[in-house]
Design a protein around this ligand. Structure first.
Ligand SMILES: Nc1ncnc2c1ncn2[C@@H]1O[C@H](COP(=O)(O)OP(=O)(O)OP(=O)(O)O)[C@@H](O)[C@H]1O
Ligand SMILES: [Mg+2]
Length: 347
């Protein structure tokens, strides 16, 4: 099922939680909503689910306007961070619940519900646990049951709000791979909320980066990582170093010297230079490049991370150098970013 969010604004007693959100979710796609706390991820998900109605704008399911349809009419499945299972029901009863409460005309038989519960239990790799109660499961197992329960109603769209948020890092990583596999098997249109960038980049077909109720960028994980379209996205996704620079006729200046970088598409004036700490080339002494003094240095995996002060105490950046590089504190290092981006200050 295709879902189209068109010009949606959402206010809570005049507080604008979402501004002007437009987003096309393709059928069968796994899309991640990624952003810091309070950026509007859950609000957007609840609007798609039908748990909230937009203040302005429309939500389409396929060609039909679903903005004022109920959760049941939209037939969505969802899983939340702490989606409590029913404590007094077994695993199998929990999974079958959404089918059991259907009105009689569309309710499967008891045997059919049980058969489907067992099939889903197999899919989420919990075969044999159907008679257990939620209290007898680990956190990760409970979230798998919650997912099986969401899938049981054969939803048109699957909505997941930080479903692994409460679990430890190792389990999360495992469940993330597993979710991708399930998605590929079942082919559901899935919207996944997370504030963990690794999770979003590893899991999703496309990532929607949100900030302060707005969409900053939509793209594949590669597009988002390799080509961030704003200072926010550059700073939020992956590691980055930033320097205040100036652009004059397409040439990038730091204080009173050029640094050998061109930014022909940026208007003259104050700007910000962004690059990734690992995307730099160390140089011998140079005419036009960046030169900094080593402030701190620490080992980081196979490399060494150094913090450099460049032309003034307020300008600090991190770069990665080989672990056996002889630089020590106060050493001068010359380098140039291999990939970089310049953003106009007021653009
Ligand atoms: N029912 C509500 N009433 C008033 N304000 C709300 C309500 N729900 C959300 N908000 C506000 O809307 C903004 C977006 O909230 P939302 O829950 O969508 O953020 P989020 O991106 O999911 O954050 P988190 O990562 O912390 O879950 C926040 O400023 C929040 O305080
Ligand atoms: Mg949230």
């Amino acid at each position: 099922m295709e879902v189209r969010v068109a010009g949606v604004r959402k206010e809570f007693s005049r507080f604008p939680a979402l501004h002007n959100i437009s987003l096309d979710i393709r059928s069968g796609e796994l899309i991640a909503l990624l952003g810091p706390s309070g950026s509007g991820k859950t609000t957007l998900l609840r609007l798609i689910a039908g748990l909230e109605t937009p203040t302005e704008g429309t939500i389409y399911f396929g060609d039909e306007d679903a903005s004022h349809k109920t959760v049941q009419e939209r037939n969505v499945g969802f899983v939340f961070q702490h989606y409590a299972l029913f404590r007094h029901m077994t695993v199998a009863e929990n999974i079958g619940f959404g089918l059991k409460v259907r009105r009689r005309a569309i309710r499967p038989s008891k045997q059919e519900i049980n058969r489907r519960a067992l099939e889903l239990l197999d899919l989420v790799q919990l075969k044999g646990l159907e008679k257990r109660y939620p209290a007898q499961l680990s956190g990760g197992q409970r979230q798998r049951v919650a997912l099986a329960r969401a899938l049981a109603i054969e939803p048109r769209v699957l909505l997941l709000d930080e479903p692994f948020g409460a679990l430890d890092a190792l389990v999360r990583k495992e469940l993330r791979r597993w979710l991708r596999e399930i998605h590929d098997k079942t082919g559901h249109t899935t919207v996944f909320v997370t504030h963990d960038q690794d999770e979003a980049l590893e899991l999703a077909d496309r990532v929607v980066v949100m900030s302060q109720g707005r969409i900053e960028q939509i793209g594949t994980p590669d597009e988002i990582y390799d080509n961030p379209n704003s200072p926010f996205v550059y700073g939020f996704i992956g590691e980055s170093s930033a320097l205040p620079v100036r652009v004059e006729k397409g040439e990038v200046w730091l204080a009173d010297r050029t640094i050998g970088l061109k930014a022909t598409d940026v208007p003259d004036g104050d700007a910000q230079l962004f690059f990734r700490p690992h995307d730099v080339d160390l140089l011998g002494d140079c005419g036009g490049c960046l030169v900094g003094t080593v402030i701190t240095s620490r080992r980081s995996g196979a490399k060494r991370r150094v913090e450099l002060e460049i032309g003034g105490a307020r300008n600090r950046v991190e770069i990665e150098i080989p672990a056996d590089h002889p630089a020590t504190d106060k050493s001068r290092l010359a380098f140039r970013p291999r990939y970089w981006k310049v953003f106009a200050k007021n653009g």
